[in-house]
Design a binder for this molecule. Sequence first.
Ligand code: SIN
Ligand code: FE2
Length: 198
Amino acid sequence: MLRLGGFVIHKGRVPRARQEEIVGALRDVAAAAPFFSPLTPWGKPMRVRMTSAGRYGWFSDRRGYRYIDRHPAGLPWPPIPDPVLDEWRALVSAERLPDCCLVNFYGEGARMGLHRDADEADFSWPVLSISLGDPATFRIGGRERADPTTSVQLESGDVVVMGGEARLAYHGVDRIRFGRSPLLPEGGRINLTLRVVD
Ligand code: SIN
Ligand code: FE2
């Protein structure tokens, strides 16, 4: 376990067989709620493709960032897969389960700019992140955008808990090393973030 400015990084937390089980479950999630490219509030499509599972899904368009209770095509969000919830139960809480599992897919060249996860009602709950597939350079900052940053490599099976002083800290993904992991035969990286929304 590694601690970086309140970010708790569990390297190699999810065993390979479990990663495969999760990827299988995510194929069902994506069949029920297809990936889409949200627009930034500035009207540009994001490079990262997204979908969600749970009571809410995360969404963005010209009106801004928010949670919505249906997929933009009007479909209900599918339930969060159990092997994903197991990580939350083990590392966060067995009583209060997350309302949203945001599924981010990074294809070749995709990155995510520095941002904070601040669209939830209660910041006392951490955000839990699971990385699957190709390695990524994850950038970690502080509460202010101008705070100094460091970076850490996130690999398939790594889990990050962003709570306490890290809950509202800036973070982003500089780059992924496309095709390096054998987990997703077509290449790419999946990141799951579990959030308590309301
Ligand atoms: C996110 O901040 O929503 C994603 C983080 C990651 O891809 O590791
Ligand atoms: Fe985030």
